[in-house]
Write a protein that binds this ligand. Structure first.
Ligand code: AMP
Ligand code: ZN
Ligand code: FE
Ligand code: FE
Length: 280
């Protein structure tokens, strides 16, 4: 069983439509794929239809933006009820805050580069959750950088003068919202050091007390020392261990199935959730 529990479509900052993500997952030989767009469930309907048609199991979810101790963290929510208002409202608020933030980043960038907000809009699907990858795509389209990775390294990381934060609920709040929606919260790439500061063991322990269920240990952005740390921490705290690609289509080098989650873990996630996995 090949299970990949973290991907993005054009409903956020991936470059494949939800049905293209499903088609790519089939091509990659996956048995199960999760669609986890940033702060939205907008891709769910299209992905569900495509998964039924193409004969692959689908885990519906979202990657919810949060903050913890001043650090931006991502909480994966699996199999929540998308009509649960508290989580849906919080994600909508974050989506709105992301637009203002992206515009401010573009304002700052436009002082040094030939870049306008229209350039970013041109790279963003209608209704999509806007993120730094869309700004990166606009910089690529303008010939200012060669690819998304170069854009991040040169001007989009938190250490850059162009970087702007946006409001998001705390990770504790997000976990509560996800649980209220019947979802299963898993901390995404908790050891992604090159993206900025990561939260420490005590903070993860606090989230576990609040109901965190798992850690995304096997992810390309967690370096070996972090995988070791997180594996031990998950064992100590009784947290599930997941693995996933964080596929974004052509926008990032991440390949579907490059990290996997074992079937027992998926069964535990589904067992705690309000909704079931979509099976063809
Ligand atoms: P944002 O949501 O605006 O904070 O941007 C976060 C998104 O940027 C995530 O989806 C990441 O996958 C993506 N990202 C972070 N670092 C990089 C990088 N170095 N290269 C390409 N994409 C990145
Ligand atoms: Zn993303
Ligand atoms: Fe993430
Ligand atoms: Fe992601």
């Amino acid at each position: 069983m090949r299970i990949d529990l973290h991907t993005h479509s054009t409903a956020s900052d991936g470059t494949d439509s939800p049905s293209q993500v499903i088609a790519q997952a089939v091509t990659a030989g996956l048995d199960v794929v999760a669609l986890t767009d940033h702060d939205t469930t907008d891709g769910w309907a299209e992905a569900t239809a495509a998964a039924r048609e193409q004969g692959i199991a689908l885990v519906l979810g979202s990657e919810v933006t949060a903050t913890a101790a001043g650090v931006s963290v991502h909480v994966l929510s699996y199999l929540q009820d998308p009509t649960s208002a508290p989580l849906a409202d919080a994600m909508r608020a974050t989506k709105t805050a992301r637009v203002t933030r992206a515009r401010t980043m573009v304002d700052r960038l436009s002082e040094d580069y030939d870049l306008t907000w229209e350039d970013v809009v041109a790279q963003t699907a209608i209704g999509a959750t806007v993120g730094r990858p869309h700004i990166a795509d606009a910089l690529v389209a303008k010939g200012i950088v060669t690819d998304r990775s170069a854009a991040f390294t040169a001007m989009l990381l938190p250490s850059s003068r162009y970087y702007v934060r946006h409001h998001a609920p705390t990770a504790l709040e997000v976990i509560e919202l996800v649980l209220t929606a019947g979802g299963v919260p898993v901390l995404a790439h908790p050891g992604a050091e090159q993206r900025g500061r990561v939260i420490d063991d005590a903070a993860i322990e606090e989230l576990t007390v609040a109901g965190l269920v798992g850690l995304e240990v096997h992810h390309r952005d967690n370096p070996p020392a972090q995988v070791e740390r997180l594996t031990a921490l998950a064992a100590r705290l009784g947290l599930l261990v997941t693995g996933a690609s964080d596929y974004h289509g052509a926008g990032k080098p991440n390949v579907l199935g490059e990290n996997l989650t074992d079937p027992t873990t998926l069964a535990r996630i589904e067992g705690r959730a309000a909704a079931a996995v979509v099976r063809a």
